[in-house]
Ligand binder design. Structure first.
Ligand SMILES: c1ccc2c(c1)[nH]c1[nH]cn[n+]12
Length: 330
C-alpha cells in the first residue's frame, strides 16, 4: 500500500536508519539510490553492490572488501566518504555522502565541453585526490568520468573521486608477489619500493590524461570512430585525435598537460607530482578557489590555512576502528 515503502529485501538495520528512494546512478556492479536518514532527514547515496554480478564468489567479496576497507580508511576532501556499511547474503550496501551534482560524465555531456577554467579546477582536485591515494599506496586503476562526482549543479564546485572497487592497495600486491617468488632472484629495486610504485601509479596518470581530454574536448581521445584502427590499437600507439574545431579555443599549456600524460611508456609519462607543478596549474585564482572548496573550515582562507589543513588531516589514512580490524559488519 502507499504508506509502506517496499524495502523488503533490504537489511533490517539499514531500513531502520535510512529510507531508500529513487535510483540516482547506475554502476557496473549495481546501482546508487537516494536515501534519507530517518532521524535527521539528511540525504545520502546508498550504493548497492550485487554480489552475484561478479564472476566468482571469491572475487566479489574480495573486491567489495577492498573497496569497503579503502573507503573507510581514506580521508581527503576530494574522495567520497563512507558513512555506513551493511550486507546481506546477496548484496553490499554502502552509505555514501550525496553528491548533488551527479557524475562528471553527465555534466560534460550536457555542456558539450567544459570551459578551460572549469576543467582546470576539476582537474586540479582530481590530481590532489589521486596524489593522496598514491601517497597512501593506493592505485585507483579505474578513473573515468562516471567515477568523478560533483558536489553541486554549479560549475565552481567540489569534485570527489569514487568507485574504488578496482583499486589495489600497493602493499598487498607487492607483498603477494614478493612472497610468491624466491627472494634470492629478486632485484634490489623490488624491495626498495621504487619499481613497484613506478609502474603501477602511472596507470592513474594516464587515466587523468584521458579525463582532462574529455573535459576540454568534450569527446574521448581514443574512439572507434577515429580512422581504421581499433580503440586498443589507438591506445597502445598513444594515437589520440584532437579534432580542430573542438581544440582551437584550448590553450597550448592545457594541450601540453594532455600530451605529457597520454604517453605510452609509463616511465616517460608525466607523474602526478610533475602535473601538479605544470605551468598550466600555477594559477593563483584557481588554487584559491580549489582550496576554499576543499578546506572550507580554514578560517580566513589563504594558502597558509589551506596548507595547514592539508598537512594535518589531508595526508594520512584514518586508523582502523579499535574493535576488530575495521571488519565490523552491520
Ligand atoms: C549520482 C550518482 C552517484 C552518486 C551521486 C549522485 N551521489 C553520490 N555519492 C556517491 N555516489 N553518488
Amino acid at each position: 500500500d502507499l504508506m509502506s515503502d517496499d524495502q523488503s529485501s533490504l537489511p533490517r538495520d539499514l531500513q531502520d536508519k535510512y529510507l531508500l528512494t529513487r535510483r540516482i546512478g547506475t554502476g557496473v556492479c549495481g546501482e546508487v539510490r537516494l536515501a534519507f536518514e530517518r532521524s535527521t532527514c539528511r540525504k545520502f547515496a546508498v550504493k548497492i553492490i550485487n554480489k552475484k554480478n561478479f564472476q566468482s564468489e571469491g572475487t566479489a567479496t574480495r573486491n567489495a572488501k577492498t573497496e569497503i576497507d579503502i573507503l573507510q580508511r581514506v580521508d581527503h576532501p576530494c574522495l567520497i566518504k563512507t558513512e555506513d556499511f551493511y550486507q546481506t547474503e546477496e548484496s553490499f550496501y554502502i552509505v555514501l555522502e550525496l553528491m548533488e551534482g551527479g557524475e562528471l560524465f553527465h555534466r560534460v555531456k550536457s555542456k558539450q565541453q567544459l570551459n578551460e577554467s572549469v576543467a582546470k579546477l576539476y582537474f586540479y582536485q582530481m590530481l590532489r585526490a589521486v596524489e593522496y591515494l598514491h601517497s597512501n599506496g593506493i592505485i585507483h586503476r579505474d578513473l573515468k568520468p562516471e567515477n568523478i562526482l560533483l558536489s553541486s549543479q554549479d560549475d565552481v564546485c567540489l569534485i570527489k573521486v569514487t568507485d574504488f572497487n578496482q583499486s589495489r592497495i600497493l602493499e598487498e600486491a607487492v607483498l603477494m608477489r614478493t612472497l610468491c617468488g624466491t627472494p634470492s632472484y629478486l632485484a634490489p629495486e623490488v624491495f626498495t619500493h621504487a619499481s613497484t610504485t613506478g609502474y603501477g601509479l602511472a596507470v592513474d596518470a594516464w587515466s587523468l590524461g584521458v579525463l582532462l581530454f574529455v573535459c576540454l574536448g568534450g569527446y574521448p581521445p581514443f574512439h572507434e570512430s577515429f580512422g581504421h584502427q581499433s580503440v586498443t590499437d589507438q591506445i597502445i600507439r598513444g594515437e589520440f585525435t584532437m579534432v580542430q574545431s573542438k581544440w582551437t579555443s584550448v590553450s597550448d599549456q592545457a594541450k601540453d598537460v594532455v600530451r605529457k600524460l597520454l604517453v605510452v611508456d609509463p616511465m616517460k609519462r608525466m607523474s602526478i607530482e610533475e602535473a601538479l607543478q605544470h605551468p598550466w596549474l600555477q594559477d593563483q585564482k584557481m588554487l584559491e578557489t580549489a582550496h576554499r572548496l576543499m578546506y572550507p573550515s580554514a578560517e580566513g582562507g589563504g594558502a597558509a590555512a589551506a596548507m595547514e589543513a592539508e598537512s594535518t588531516s589531508g595526508r594520512h589514512l584514518r586508523k582502523r576502528g579499535r574493535e576488530g580490524d575495521g571488519e565490523e559488519q552491520h
